[in-house]
Design a protein around this ligand. Sequence first.
Ligand code: AHR
Length: 527
Amino acid sequence: MSAGKPTRRQFNAAVGAAIGAAVAPSISRSQTTMPSNSATLTVHADAPQHKISRHLYGHFAEHLGRCIYEGIWVGEDSSIPHTRGIRNDVVSALRNLKIPNLRWPGGCFADEYHWRDGIGPREKRPRRINTHWGGVTEPNSFGTHEFLDLCEQLGCEPYISGNVGSGTVREMAEWIEYITLPEGSSLADERRANGREKPWKIRFWGVGNENWGCGGHMTPEYYVNEFRRYATYCRNYGDNKLYRIACGANGNDYRWTDVVMEKRAANLMHGISVHYYTTIWEHKGSATHFEQPEWFRTLSLASKLQELLAKHIAMMDKHDPQKRVGLVLDEWGTWFDVEPNTNPGFLYQQNTMRDALVAGLSLNILHRHADRVSMANIAQVVNVLQAVILTEKEKMVLTPTYHVFEMFKVHHDAKYLASETESPTYEVKGESMPQVNASASTDEKGKVHVSLCNLHHEQAATVRCVLRGMKASQVSGRVLTTPQINTFNAFDAPERAKPVEFNGAKVQGDGLAVDLPAKSVVVLEIS
Ligand code: AHR
């Protein structure tokens, strides 16, 4: 993870250093108090724009730590309620999010994964060492059939990352044939003998992961040729149509996007990925023990997603002005130190109101760019990094990030409404960012939804919301906020952070008046 990511490190480090210098050693009340706490949000309700694909709300499950094993797969002999080995509580919580797609099996794990290890009778599957994540034994109990069963239980689309780094073209081609060919070949027969008569449908197919780093340390010039070769043999069988996703850049490596877009074979590539983690690699810090400086630094880093996407999109526009290729942010989220006394290779971290705001802010940014960004996947779904769900044996807890995804699901497949926010600045020793962040959409019934984040750790904001081309008659909403900036849901206190009805918005004049509490995420429904 660490070696091979210079550009990502440099981008985050530069931002972090500036902010770190700005916030050290502490912030005082007078330095954080704003001249005004009034914001104005103008929503162009009469001019719907691009669709906000529900696939921006995708998730990611890697064979890493306790994500797959324990978090999802408990096995058919488990006393934890399950369906064919997959835990029911996690499936039902994710169904409630209307999870649109799930990426698997990695991550770095993907470029060392050989799919044949994970098919056939479980007791006969080979055991391997998970070299990336803790050096633990990978039993291969969860393989292709189990993953695709999980997706069917979730009602979501699978997104498989194929192995370019240590696999072969033939191996990838045969995996696709095994999954999608209805009949007529030995591979289709083998699938049927393994218990699946009908082929599965699969659209999203990743051609490698982080091939600039753990996926083979390639240059973009080398990778793009590999992409062209592998993608040629990623075939469409029957009526299955693949959406082939090229490995994209490490954070702000815009050159990677430039080269891969320029040299791509246009008919083979449908998407190109990018990864962006909200972290300072050299000093990530605790997920729960932090104060206002770290709060500010994290949110400021998260807000840089706006610049990052805009610059990658500019590169794509150069080579694809018709926007045929989608940008796929297939890894994003916070990355803090692991919880004390947990395996450092398992990336298990708690999740607080700070993570909720990173989620709200990032989703608002993604909405704005949804004319180019076709998919995004938060890392990762259970027990790893910015998880929406944490488990401990039979217990399960929903994190503050989960609640943001649940509140924001009203934006799935809705039409984006342009908006302008005039926000007070949230300022800490010369460093600043807008205090209020928002986005809006309109659904097929004509309801308008506005999601608002107040990033300030202690100051409320009054938002005048002007609705252009719409006369509001009613408004309702929900709010997520917590007593402390580092409040989290624990296994013995699972409901410290959960959304409640919001009574702080009322119809007024040509729009709304909204009282936004400090450190809060609010979603309004206006009709
Ligand atoms: O999400 C954890 C790891 O982060 C993934 O395996 C890798 O792709 C990235 O570096």
